[in-house]
Unconditional design. Structure first.
Length: 148
């Protein structure tokens, strides 16, 4: 595992030197250290996959890596699905689609649709933060996955 971390740190340094930047958040360090041991982690920048697709890819990529724990794999999947997950048009999607794509509760997704129905289309992230009961910090974290 130490060799994996050292190689990952070197690859991360190279990626940072190229000007590539990854969003901050839980799992970022685990992702960059482990995934950069085998390839340039910037390959994910153009992906927009569902959580299931990320789970499959992480399993495929790390199936031979016995030093990588289940917890680390989960952190990587969570980081990737949170930051490079499927985009959703918050003004057109049904509550069930919003809940599934953004990992929101059914109650929160219903609140988004109800607010949209009474106030009109969301134009900005700040409009979405006005939905009663919706956690503004969670909305901010989902910003990269939203279309208006």
């Amino acid at each position: 595992m130490l060799l994996t971390i050292v190689i990952g740190a070197l690859a991360l340094s190279a990626a940072c030197a190229c000007g590539e930047d990854f969003p901050d958040g839980p799992g970022k360090e685990t992702f960059t250290l482990i995934c950069s041991a085998c390839h340039d982690p910037t390959k994910v920048l153009d992906k927009q996959w569902s959580k299931k697709q990320w789970q499959y890819k992480v399993l495929e990529m790390l199936q031979e890596e016995t030093d990588v724990t289940e917890k680390e794999r989960g952190e990587i999947v969570d980081y990737l699905s949170s930051n490079f997950g499927t985009k959703i048009n918050i003004n057109k999607a049904a509550a069930s689609e919003i809940a599934a794509a953004l990992d929101l509760s059914a109650k929160d997704a219903d609140a988004v649709v109800a607010y949209r129905g009474s106030k009109g289309a969301f134009k900005t992230i700040d409009d979405l933060k006005r939905v009663p009961g919706l956690d503004a910090a969670k909305v901010t974290a989902l910003q990269r996955r939203l279309e208006f």
